[in-house]
Design a protein around this ligand. Structure first.
Ligand SMILES: [Zn+2]
Length: 463
C-alpha cells in the first residue's frame, strides 16, 4: 500500500520536518513593516527551494505588494484537484519584552514549538508541503492533482491574492480549496470550521460648534458632540443585546435546530469563557447561548471612542467633535454593503438636533457559509479523524478569513478549513506556539486527505 509507505516515511522523518520548520520560522517575514522586505524575500526563497526540491516547479509571482508563490504537480486527467492555500507572512512581534524566548529563535519546550508564525500560519501551511513530500520521496504517485498558492500579505490586508484569484481563476481551477489556518475545537477534538462571520467597519464623527468652547461660558446653551455621540452609540443595541438598526436581521439565515443542538453537544463552558475573558458576567443577545452569539448571530460593537480633553488634570471644554469606531460582525446572508447603508441611515436618523454626523465606511467582508455535506468535505473530516485519532466536529468562527469568500465566489468549489492549531496558540500575541504532536498529526492528516479524496473517484457521481 503506497499510502502506508508514505505514512511510515512521515513518521520516520519527524525530526527532519521539525528542523526544517524551525528554519522557516527563523525568517522574520513580517509583512506590515517595510524594514522586513528582505526577510519576505528570504521566506519566498525558502519556499521556492522547498518546492523545487520536490520537483514542483514553483513560480514566484510578483505583485504590487509581496510575491505569491505558486506550484503544481503534473496534472493528470481524471484525478480530483486540491488547491492548498497558506500565508508565509507573520504578525509583528511587539511587545517583544513579553516573549519568554526571542520570537525568531524557535525554541522547543514541553512539547511545543515557540516562535512567531509557529501556528499562524507557517507551521500549518508547511504541514501540507511535508505531506506532499512524503508521496514524492517514497516514489508514490500523488493520488490527486495538487496546486499550492502561498501569499505574503495576509497579516497586512494586502490585495494581491484577491486580484490574482479573480484574474487567474482558470489556473487555480480545482475541486476543493484546503486551508489550514484555523484551530481544533480543543486539545483532543479536531474540527472543521464551516462558518465565518463577515465584517462591516464604520467610523462615526459628530460635529457641533466650530471650535472647542469654554464650558463655563457656553455650557448649557449648545449641544455637546460627545454627549450626542454617546446617545447615538447607546441606541445601537437594546437591553437584550439586540441590534436596533432597522432591517439589520432581515437577511440573517436561521440556523437549524439540528445544528444548534450539535453546538450544545460541544460542551462549551461559560465559566471557562468568563475566565478567559476576565469578566464577571457574560452579556449578549437574549435567547442564544454564548457560543451561538459568537458563531451564528451578528453583533455590533464600539471599538474605539474619543473626544475632547483627555490629558492630565482638568480643562473645561465643550469639544467641537466626537468620534467612534464601530464594527458589526455579520452572518450569512447579511450583505455588508446593505448593512453599511442601513447603519449610516439609522445613525443620521437618531442624531440629535444641534450637531451633525458623518459616517465613513472603513472596510467590509462578507460572511461565509461552507458546505458540511459535500463528499469532499466529509473526506476531510475522515482524514482529520484518522490523523488525530478522535471524532471531529463542525465549528464556527466569529472572525473572518476574507480570502475564503473570494475562493468560493471565483472558483465555485467547497473550501475546507482544516485547522491544526489551537485557540490557545497565542497567535498575534507574545509567545506564539504550536504543539509539536499537532504538527506531526497535521502532516499525517494532509497525507490521509489525499488518499481519502482519491477514493472518491469518479468524483462527478459523488459531488
Ligand atoms: Zn493566519
Amino acid at each position: 500500500m503506497a499510502l502506508q509507505e508514505v505514512l511510515r516515511y512521515l513518521d520516520d522523518h519527524q525530526d527532519d520536518h521539525l528542523k526544517q520548520l524551525c528554519e522557516f520560522l527563523k525568517i522574520k517575514s513580517i509583512s506590515t513593516q517595510p524594514e522586513f522586505r528582505d526577510d519576505i524575500r528570504r521566506a519566498v526563497d525558502f519556499l521556492e527551494s522547498e518546492l523545487m526540491n520536490l520537483g514542483l516547479h514553483p513560480e514566484i509571482i510578483q505583485t504590487e505588494g509581496h510575491p505569491l508563490v505558486y506550484a503544481q504537480s503534473a496534472q493528470r486527467e481524471g484525478l480530483p484537484t486540491l488547491l492548498f492555500y497558506g500565508h508565509y507572512d507573520v504578525q509583528p512581534v511587539d511587545p517583544v519584552e513579553l516573549w519568554d524566548s526571542p520570537p525568531f529563535e524557535p525554541s522547543l519546550k514541553d512539547g511545543w514549538i515557540h516562535a512567531r508564525g509557529a501556528s499562524d500560519d507557517k507551521g500549518q501551511m508547511f504541514s501540507h508541503i511535508k505531506a506532499i513530500e512524503g508521496f514524492i520521496r517514497t516514489g508514490a504517485d500523488l493520488p490527486v492533482n495538487i496546486k499550492l498558492i502561498f501569499e505574503g500579505e495576509e497579516e497586512s490586508g494586502g490585495k494581491a491574492i484577491f486580484a490574482y484569484t479573480k484574474e487567474h481563476s482558470a489556473k487555480l481551477a480545482c475541486d476543493m480549496v484546503v486551508i489550514s489556518d484555523t484551530h481544533l475545537y480543543d486539545e483532543q477534538t479536531p474540527a472543521i470550521c464551516t462558518s465565518l462571520r463577515g465584517l462591516c467597519y464604520m467610523e462615526v464623527v459628530v460635529t457641533g460648534p466650530a471650535m472647542d468652547l469654554h464650558s463655563g461660558i457656553f455650557g448649557g446653551a449648545v449641544r455637546n458632540p460627545a454627549d450626542a455621540l454617546c446617545r447615538i452609540l447607546s441606541q445601537l443595541k437594546d437591553e437584550q443585546g439586540r441590534v436596533r438598526i432597522p432591517g439589520f436581521y432581515e437577511d440573517v439565515i436561521v440556523v437549524s435546530e439540528e445544528i444548534r443542538n450539535e453546538m450544545l453537544q460541544l460542551g462549551h463552558s461559560d465559566d471557562v469563557l468568563k475566565g478567559e475573558t476576565g469578566v464577571g458576567a457574560l452579556f449578549g443577545e437574549s435567547g442564544y447561548t454564548s457560543l451561538e452569539r459568537m458563531w451564528i448571530r451578528p453583533t455590533c460593537d464600539v471599538n474605539g471612542i474619543w473626544s475632547g480633553y483627555t490629558g492630565l488634570g482638568a480643562k473645561t471644554v465643550i469639544p467641537a467633535t466626537a468620534s467612534a469606531k464601530v464594527s458589526m460582525r455579520l452572518v450569512p446572508n447579511q450583505d455588508p454593503e446593505r448593512i453599511a447603508s442601513a447603519f449610516s441611515a439609522y445613525v443620521q436618523d437618531i442624531c440629535p438636533e444641534g450637531v451633525s454626523v458623518a459616517v465613513h465606511r472603513l472596510g467590509c467582508a462578507k460572511p461565509v457559509q461552507l458546505p458540511r455535506d459535500s463528499a469532499l468535505v466529509l473526506a476531510g473530516k475522515t482524514a482529520l479523524e484518522k490523523g488525530f485519532g478522535h471524532k471531529a466536529v463542525f465549528i464556527g468562527d466569529g472572525g473572518s478569513i476574507p480570502i475564503v469568500g473570494t475562493f468560493q465566489e471565483y472558483l465555485h468549489v467547497p473550501v475546507l478549513l482544516l485547522g491544526y492549531g489551537l485557540l490557545t496558540d497565542n497567535i498575534h500575541s507574545p509567545n506564539e506556539r504550536f504543539k509539536i504532536t499537532h504538527y506531526y498529526r497535521g502532516i499525517r492528516t494532509t497525507a490521509l486527505l489525499l488518499g481519502e479524496v482519491a477514493g472518491l473517484v469518479p468524483l462527478k457521481i459523488l459531488r
